[in-house]
Design a protein around this ligand. Structure first.
Ligand code: HEC
Length: 107
């Protein structure tokens, strides 16, 4: 019985600091996430949106293949194509985010 008790206490002594280290790590990860710049988050959102909305009817176009002005016009045409295909057209906010994404990577 004594042996079991000693083993149990020994286990606690090892386990408790381990948990403490893990908890500290989680805290550090959260802090790192909180400090991530907002710009990065919205660039990721734009990329997800672009990939999700612009590869439904054809392959995802390469942003560098056109100039910003051309992208602006293409988006007008694509809005029409979406309407014709009964695909919900881009909301103003989605349109702006995608255009911003394409413009930043355009020719
Ligand atoms: C509803 C289907 C549909 C969706 C969604 C769609 N497209 Fe298109 N896209 C087309 C069709 C159809 C064409 C063939 C050319 C045309 O009819 O204008 C095309 C052609 C293109 C072209 C080539 C244009 C040219 O003149 O050669 C580009 C670039 C393009 N799409 C970009 C996009 C982008 C960016 C998005 C996302 C905002 C998008 N497309 C979403 C249907 C779609």
């Amino acid at each position: 019985m004594k042996v079991v008790l000693i083993l149990f206490i020994g286990l606690l002594l090892v386990a408790v600091p381990l948990f403490a280290v893990q908890a500290e790590q989680v805290g550090a990860d959260k802090a790192a996430l909180g400090d991530a710049p907002l710009e990065k988050a919205s660039a990721d959102a734009a990329e997800v949106l672009f990939a999700g909305r612009c590869a439904m009817c054809h392959q995802l176009p390469e942003p560098a293949m056109l100039k910003p002005k051309q992208w602006k016009l293409i988006l007008v045409t694509m809005q029409q194509r979406m309407q014709q295909a009964n695909v919900p057209p881009l909301q103003a906010q989605e349109h702006d985010l995608i255009l911003e994404y394409l413009t930043a990577r355009a020719r």
